[in-house]
Design a protein around this ligand. Structure first.
Ligand SMILES: *Cc1c(COP(=O)(O)O)cnc(C)c1O
Length: 460
């Protein structure tokens, strides 16, 4: 057989990727094509015959280009998305080229060691106990799922129940105490786990969405319980008093799981770390690398202070699998996936390229830019900032009207200078600005503020 032509399609992909990435600062921050245009550019019957690989890549890029959301732009402030740094992206390409199945040590020894090393770096950076176990998952959704699975396993074991074999049929009831302002992935994880959302005891939150410790104290009894704390409210960025929550919960024998999808990264900054003081006293933690660490999608992380509980619930054993010998780390013992992408390469490269000070600088810069948004918008007539800007999230309301606020969000999205979404916070419509891209600078914020204020004038 002739040697395959790798250079054609990969060279084309490199050229297309560079055109996209280098064009980000200058292109409108919105997709150009609508649904019908994308279907017509990409649709048609299943091809009958083979097609040249380079042409396929060029054609794919041409047809999808207008439908690609430029979420890596420094003026993309939607959801909490982050971009990708050059080192992380390049390492992620290699993960695809090497095509490692990172489930087992025997199948991907380098990936296993990279994940072990990066896992220890992350525990250090995030201020977690050094002995935590780590799982690389698709995102905070599955990190919450994994952490809550370990929690359930552990609190039931303490109640004399073996979840792994007996399941939940007839098990002692486990209460899940979670802030009323929790993220929806907690509820979804509880559905996946068979616990059900009816097990949730919502704990009252303050005006910023932080769980109230007095309300938690009232809700706790000494039965089997999991407390879900949140570090980084998806609207306000507010952080639960996680140290106090952990101490209180532990006095009642409860497990504390922390959803810190983006907020956990505050730990990487000496200036912001006091916000999450005591976070290391929790039992499990979920965060995302694909948000604030700016690695490509998908990459979430789960940590567990009880590695045995972690492996008891996730571990896999089968006769045909070759399990790692002593010290050889099998990823499938730490995440719900079986076969799995070697997503640790991108995390390792991101941490090596940024270093401790680079991560701190990225987080602090984004938070300073969020405050810049709040200062400029908050002093404009008719504009109100609804939250205390403690991290990277800014909630903005225009003219104290849901209709005007929604109209400004809609206009700003179509304008293309910047992109952010709308939300509802405490029953009022708001524009939700999230600064989480490494490349965002002051000029991006200033241009975006000017565009938002122009959209407000046009909408009003
Ligand atoms: C984004 C987010 C999630 C979900 O993370 P995914 O990476 O989308 O799975 C969970 N919790 C919080 C607080 C978040 O911000």
């Amino acid at each position: 057989m002739d040697r395959p032509d790798w250079k054609g399609p990969l060279g084309e992909a490199l050229a297309q990727a560079l055109a996209h990435l280098e064009g980000l600062p200058d292109r409108p921050v919105r997709p150009a094509a609508d649904l019908a245009e994308l279907r017509s550019a990409l649709g048609g019957p299943l091809p009958e015959a083979p097609h040249d690989a380079r042409d396929v890549v060029a054609g794919l890029a041409a047809a999808t280009g207008p439908g690609v959301m430029p979420s890596g732009s420094g003026r993309f402030f939607g959801f909490v998305v982050g971009g990708t740094t050059p080192a992380a992206l390049a390492a992620d390409w290699l993960a695809s080229a090497w095509d490692q199945n990172a489930g087992l040590y025997v199948l991907a020894p380098a990936a296993a060691v990279v994940e072990e090393v990066a896992g220890a770096w992350l525990a250090d950076l995030l201020g977690l106990p050094p002995k935590v176990s780590v799982g690389y998952v698709t995102g905070a959704q599955m990190a919450n799922f994994t952490g809550l699975a370990a929690a359930l396993q552990s609190v039931l074991a303490r109640a004399g129940w073996d979840l792994g074999s007996a399941g939940l049929w007839g098990a002692p009831r486990v209460r899940v105490l979670a802030g009323e302002s929790r993220h929806g992935t907690i509820d979804r994880a509880l559905r996946f786990l068979g616990v059900g959302t009816a097990a949730i005891v919502p704990v009252a939150a303050d005006g910023q969405g932080r769980m109230r410790v007095d309300a938690l104290a009232e809700a706790l009894d000494d039965g089997p319980a999991i407390v879900c704390a949140q570090v980084g409210n998806v609207n306000t960025g507010a952080v639960d008093p996680v140290g106090e929550i952990s101490d209180l919960a532990h006095r009642h024998g409860a497990w504390v799981h922390v959803d810190g999808a983006f907020g956990m990264w505050a730990a990487a900054s000496p200036r912001l770390r006091p916000l999450i003081a005591g976070v290391e006293r929790a039992d499990s933690w979920a965060t995302d690398a694909h948000k604030w660490l700016n690695v490509p999608y998908d990459c979430g992380l789960v940590f567990c202070a009880d590695p045995q509980a972690h492996r008891a619930v996730m571990g896999a054993r089968a006769g045909y699998l070759v399990h790692g010998a002593a010290g050889e780390r099998d990823a499938l013992d730490h995440n719900p996936e079986h076969s799995r992408r070697a997503r640790g390469f991108a995390v390792y490269a991101a941490l090596r390229a940024l270093g401790r000070s680079g991560v701190a600088d990225l987080i602090e810069r984004n938070c300073a830019l969020a405050r810049r948004f709040a200062e400029q918008l908050g002093t404009a007539p008719g504009v109100e900032v609804l939250n205390d800007v403690v991290l990277n999230q800014v909630l903005v309301r225009f003219g104290d009207s849901d209709d005007l606020t929604r109209a400004v969000v809609d206009r700003a999205q179509r304008d293309g200078t910047c992109w952010m979404s709308g939300t509802v916070w405490q029953e009022r419509a708001a524009m939700r600005i999230s600064v989480s891209n490494w490349s965002t600078d002051e000029a991006d914020v200033d241009r975006s503020v000017a565009a938002i204020l122009r959209c407000m004038r046009e909408a009003g």
